[in-house]
Design a protein around this ligand. Structure first.
Ligand code: HEM
Length: 193
């Protein structure tokens, strides 16, 4: 939501898609999700930029990239760095959902992108909730953007502040305070609650 509030272009594109696929006389439903390609790209781009670390324990000694990893070592996979590696991503620090529309082959499984994109991990210990999380993210964000126009609250100096605190998870330093205004016809607003 913070990135969308900073990018008029992305916000317009995602809302235009919602208007076309869902329309003004309906609410976001499960069957719309597969057609919301730009929303999918917004979520993938957000997961690229704002998810951080995973950990593993080496069950046996092995060599990775020329380094010996002794048995029992704790190993952190720095997906923050992988997701911002300029070898793999053009302008890696930019929020550009379109990169997931053109590329087309990225899903959340990790291996299909040769491990360039691993927001939910990969392999046997991949996030067990990946399908639920993907659907929920689309459904909740899609509904919020379809039902409301958003603006940064008055008094939020300098607009949206994207600075973060880097830990196992990335946390905003200053919470986003955003104000919604309805963009649906009055009858549907009632249905929504
Ligand atoms: C945006 C939402 C979520 C993100 C970004 C996320 C991300 C992750 C990541 C990175 C891992 C570590 C994977 C690895 O080590 O390879 C993980 C593990 C896990 N996640 Fe999620 N997750 C999310 C939502 C959920 C939900 C909704 C559930 C359950 C309903 C869930 C259940 C789990 C479980 C059980 C594991 C441990 C899997 C294992 O060790 O075998 N996650 N998640």
């Amino acid at each position: 939501m913070s990135e969308l509030l900073k990018s008029d272009r992305a916000m317009k594109s995602v809302q235009q898609e919602l208007d076309e696929i869902v329309g003004p006389d309906s609410l976001v439903e499960d069957h719309h999700l597969k057609d919301l390609k730009y929303l999918d790209a917004v979520i993938k781009e957000t997961c690229r930029l704002y998810l951080a670390l995973m950990n593993r324990t080496a069950s046996r000694a092995c060599t990775v990239g020329g380094y010996t990893v002794p048995q029992g070592s704790k190993v952190f996979v720095n997906s923050w760095a992988i997701h911002r590696d300029p070898q793999f991503w053009d302008e890696p620090s930019e929020f550009r959902p379109e990169r997931f529309l053109d590329g087309g082959t990225f899903d959340f499984m990790g291996s299909s992108s040769s491990f360039k994109y691993v927001p939910f991990g990969s392999g046997r210990r991949i996030c067990a909730g990946v399908s639920l999380a993907e659907r929920l993210l689309k459904y909740v964000l899609g509904s919020l953007l379809h039902r409301f126009e958003w603006r940064v609250a008055d008094g939020e100096e300098g607009g949206v502040d994207l600075s973060d605190e880097f830990t196992l998870f990335i946390k905003k330093k200053r919470p986003l305070v955003a104000v919604p205004a309805s963009r649906l016809p009055a009858g549907l607003e009632l249905l929504a609650y």
